[in-house]
Write a protein that binds this ligand. Structure first.
Ligand code: GDP
Length: 445
């Protein structure tokens, strides 16, 4: 699921890495790639348009974050927009104030309704409810029996019409099922309904009649994620013919390209609430837009890293730094120390880089880098006087010896550090002209 879309998006982001700032051409090229990737994943055209327009506008303008580089910023924007089209918040079941809560399932034949009834029953039971499954799919031979077997497996009661009476009236069965629940103390009723292979008027009418007769608290439209481009049309037909309050995506374990998942919310206005990810009872989960977006972006924990960077980034400090540059002041050892502290805020460097995709090589280099180096540098700077930190030029031989003694390190280690600092300072001077925001890195390290 989403594999190809993930690959395409990740490749797009990768091509932005290392860029200091994004030109309008970069943004256009990126948005074009995202657009193609979404279309190839069968995302509905209006959704693609809306999505890419939003990404484009945000990438071009408004938010220039101090904490993130352009590539990270684009990832962040795409992630947020994905969460948006997936519905934002996780939408949970609405339970009736006066039980029983009635949940009706609707969808095409083979979409996974009966399977879902069992999963939902089990899920509700785990939440200490007393669910009852009601078999109203009287169309498909064996559907009643299948629900009974599923219910048994899930340890959930099933209400079914008497055998031999199987061609009865599904509306009457639904009504009787809800009555049965009320009288027997079941607090949630899940009504399984009939589907057809294609959308047809008779099936819609039947589902609409069941809805009218039982006044459900939730009508869940079960959508097979594998049906690709037909998903949108089917969803629209059910929206208009029966109406629903939420969507369940089934067969998300398959190799569907993701179009249904990404389109259905925008097209129908109703949120995806659950995901069915296999044939077994446990292959079922609440649908969390944020988690689904990170799954699609397949960015490891890069999003966590971005959040951390934003948190660690001290806006005041950045402003001070910018002001310094504007005033043509020099980069001092105090700034150096501040930068080290900022990086430390983000947790261990190695762990941080471990979260970035495609950073294998850097990670290997880092394995060779001793993180205690930071401790040593910090100790040296701390054993300097404030004046020395601000004006490193004055650190002569005798001062070096004193500093080395003060932090328990060799004079050559102090020399080494000052040399590195000198390089950093030079780099900062060069950067001063081209400073375009962005988190100050740790030059020379
Ligand atoms: P219904 O006609 O809507 O009631 O659909 P069923 O519940 O009978 O499911 C149709 C077929 O899809 C059955 O073979 C199920 O085992 C299978 N199925 C249902 N949900 C999933 C799922 O999430 N993943 C996979 N791989 N198969 C599923």
């Amino acid at each position: 699921m989403f594999a190809s879309l993930s690959d395409r998006l990740t490749a797009t982001f990768r091509s932005l890495r290392g860029k200091g700032r994004l030109s309008p051409e970069d943004v256009d090229a990126t948005v074009r790639e995202i657009r193609r990737a979404l279309l190839d994943a069968d995302v509905a055209l209006p959704v693609v348009r809306q999505f890419t327009a939003a990404v484009r506008e945000r990438a071009l303008g408004e938010e220039v974050s101090g904490a993130l580089n352009p590539a990270q910023q684009v990832v962040k924007i795409v992630n947020e927009e994905l969460i948006g089209i997936l519905g934002g918040e996780t939408r949970r079941l609405r339970l009736a104030k006066n039980p029983p809560t009635v949940i009706m399932l609707a969808g095409l034949q083979g979409a996974g309704k009966t399977t879902l009834a069992g999963k939902l029953g089990r899920h509700l039971k785990n939440l200490d409810h007393r669910p009852l499954l009601v078999a109203c799919d009287l169309q498909r031979p064996n559907a009643v029996n299948q629900l009974q077997i599923t219910g048994e497996r899930a340890g959930v009661a099933v209400y079914a019409p008497e055998p031999g009476n199987g061609v009865g009236d599904p509306v009457a069965v639904a009504r009787a099922g809800v009555e049965h629940a009320r009288s027997q103390g079941y607090d949630v009723v899940v009504i399984d309904t009939a589907g057809r292979l294609g959308v047809d008027a008779e099936m819609m009418r039947q589902a609409a009649d069941i809805r009218a007769a039982t006044d459900p608290d939730e009508v869940l439209f079960v959508l097979d994620a594998m049906i690709g481009q037909d998903a949108v049309q089917t969803a629209e037909a059910f929206r208009d013919g029966v109406g629903f309050t939420g969507v369940v995506l089934s067969k998300l374990d398959g190799d569907a390209r993701g179009g249904a998942a990404l389109s259905v919310r925008s097209v129908t206005g109703q949120p995806v609430m659950f995901a069915s990810t296999g044939e077994k009872l446990d292959d079922f989960e609440l649908f969390h837009p944020d988690r689904m977006a990170s799954r699609i972006l397949d960015m490891g924990d890069v999003l966590t890293l971005i959040e951390q960077a934003e948190r660690a980034f001290d806006a005041d400090q950045a402003q001070q730094m910018a002001a310094k540059f504007a005033n043509d002041e020099d980069f001092t050892l105090e700034d150096f120390l501040q930068q080290i502290a900022a990086v430390r805020n983000m947790g261990s460097i190695k762990k941080m880089l471990g979260m970035l995709p495609g950073m294998q090589q850097v990670r290997e280099q880092l394995d060779a880098f001793d993180e205690r180096e930071f401790d040593r540098i910090e100790a040296m700077v701390r054993s300097m006087t404030p004046l020395e930190r601000r004006q490193p030029r004055i650190i002569n031989g005798s001062r070096r010896a004193r500093i080395a003694a003060g932090c328990g390190q060799s004079v050559s280690a102090v020399n080494d550090m000052l040399e590195r600092f000198g390089q950093a300072q030079k780099m900062m001077r060069q950067m001063r002209k081209g400073l375009a925001g962005g988190m100050p890195g740790i030059p020379g390290m």
